[in-house]
Write a new protein. Sequence first.
Length: 273
Amino acid sequence: MFKKAQAIRISEWHALPEGFSPAEPLYVFTDIHGCLETMTRLLSQKPSDTRLVFLGDAVDRGPQPMEVLTVLMADQGNILLRGNHDAMAWFAQPDVIPSYQGAALDWRNNGGSITRKAFQNALQHGAQRGGIARTVPLLFENYWQNADNWWLSGNLLFVHAGLPAGKGREWLDMNPMEAATRASSPYWWRPAAAGDLYTEPRIVDKKKTFVVSGHTHLPECYARCPFGITLDRSYQCKMAAEIRPAEQGRPARVRFVSTVCAELRLMRNFLAL
């Protein structure tokens, strides 16, 4: 299935289901968690004619969140989405209007101490402070403010945690930070069973959609579901997808790029304070 290219594996091309296609060539990855070296390897395989789509979780756990944010924010054409770790980092800040009870504790318990130290170090070395959250660099505030909860290209939907069966735009547009519904929001939702994920199309604006998501660690066999793609493999493996639109009678197609993430493997205490 895969060919080796140094520390990278590249799959063969696979057709998407008939009728599903993005509006343009895309290169998608997710849950990079401050791992700059790993992200650089994935981006080395990005064709120049594709638009970058990042599905969220730029920060926490990994050693270089500021550098990751710098790369993601360098091109205004990039599509950036928010993930639950980005949300924890933002709502844990004392200057942000409280709407997430327990954010600071959740952030601390999920690798946030590494990001917090990176933010503090950047500010001590002259990084501009945020205008709303004075405890974070402006770079992270701009990422949070400019990122979206979801994005639609053609009839392909991109969202951090995915879209449950039977849910549509009203669910995607919900406030992901409401305490009563947070666990089942576009930032945090997880399927009850891997085999239930994207076995049927989702319906958004009365149209069938194909979903591309991250967030939930799933075995590689779930990278291609019948009507969706899942890209979060684990802490130690990161995967990107190159998606090409349908053209000249040929269906849209996808191939996968994966690489080992040694940055988290070497950080034994990334969950601790």
